[in-house]
Design a protein around this ligand. Structure first.
Ligand code: FO1
Length: 315
């Protein structure tokens, strides 16, 4: 089938499926709406980690082990910073630093986050459209047994160890959805919306916290397909399972699926897990969701689009 595909993503898992989708679709048929709740000011620079993870994944620049930052990276800046007693807990590689410096001065000069991201896509030969969910700041904050924490403080500095009691997406209610992102979700030729296998709390729900985006997902006639970030009760990477348990949920696919109830037509569980009990108005299906290499990313992208097209064919 043809038509436009929109993916909502954040984090490393999201970037992997975004790469798979970008390899099986023409660039002009794919828009990736990226979480910006992880963005923060650090060393006077504006850092947009999830945008950069998707950008590097689509530009084939990702570090294959970390999933964030660049491969073949050097760390001269970090060594020099540490010698100066600077804040060295957030690792900025020398090549990666160029993105943060270039983005930061352009934002300070008044360019929007989406305009700067568009420049980077063009410079790095990325044909798909990578868009922040909003050009206005939204900050994911985590309420923990160590008090309220900014996202990167919780995620990187404290390595997700504090017990999570609550989450807020500060600024989400007033933030304007990025216009082209909202436009992509309301295109008449929309083929599918894909919710990538990202942490629901940290990567997807900040995007859904923008009322107009949630409304567009609720109202679209295009099939919405979500992929589980949980396999065998654990997250492939990151704190999703730990957060589910700490917030009182089971750490399984069904708990994630239920968070998307009313928005998602198909929920893809991993083939190694039993299908959960039925969930109203949601088609639960299975496919291999562990994306180790590029081939698995492409295959999951194809499977996801097939589930979407089969859903459309039934309408
Ligand atoms: N994650 C870490 O665990 N440690 C780091 O030092 C770190 C640095 C970093 C620098 C740039 C970037 O784009 C991402 C970076 N990340 C690091 C990952 C980042 O915290 C997460 O990818 C997202 O914020 C959540 O998925």
């Amino acid at each position: 089938m043809s038509g436009h595909v929109v993916a909502l993503c954040g984090g490393v898992g999201g970037a992997k499926l975004a790469q798979g989708l970008a390899r099986v679709l023409p660039g002009e048929d794919l828009t990736i709406i990226v979480n910006t709740g992880d963005d923060f000011r650090h060393l006077g620079l504006w850092i947009s980690p999830d945008i950069d993870s998707v950008l590097y994944a689509l530009a084939d620049l990702s570090d294959p082990v970390r999933g964030w930052g660049r491969r073949d990276e050097s760390w001269g800046f970090m060594a020099a910073l540490a010698r100066l007693g600077g804040e060295a807990w957030f690792q900025l590689g020398d090549g990666d630093l160029a993105i943060h410096v270039e983005r930061s001065w352009r934002l300070a000069a008044g360019e929007s986050l989406s305009a700067v991201t568009g420049r980077f896509c063009k410079a790095l030969g990325v044909r798909a459209s990578i868009l922040p969910m909003s050009d206005d700041p939204v900050s994911t904050r985590i309420d923990t047994d160590a008090g309220w924490l900014d996202f990167q403080d919780y995620f990187v500095r404290r390595r997700c160890e504090p017990r999570v009691q609550g989450i807020e997406y500060s600024g989400a209610h007033g933030a304007r959805p990025q216009p082209a992102a909202l436009g992509a979700l309301t295109r008449p030729d929309l083929r599918a919306v894909v919710i990538c296998p990202s942490n629901p709390f940290l990567s997807i729900e900040p995007i859904l916290a923008l009322p107009a985006i949630r409304k567009a997902l609720r109202e679209t006639r295009a099939p919405v397909v979500a992929i589980t970030p949980i396999i065998g009760g654990e997250a492939v990477k990151g704190p999703a399972a730990k957060m589910l348990r700490e917030l009182g949920f089971e750490s399984d696919s069904a708990a994630v699926a239920r968070r998307y109830a009313g928005l998602v037509d198909v929920f893809v569980c991993d083939s190694s897990d039993p299908l959960p009990a039925p969930i109203a108005e949601m088609n639960l299906v299975s496919a291999p969701t562990l994306m180790t290499g590029v081939a698995e990313r492409e295959q999951l992208a194809r499977d996801t689009l097939r589930f979407a097209d089969e859903t459309s064919a039934l309408r």
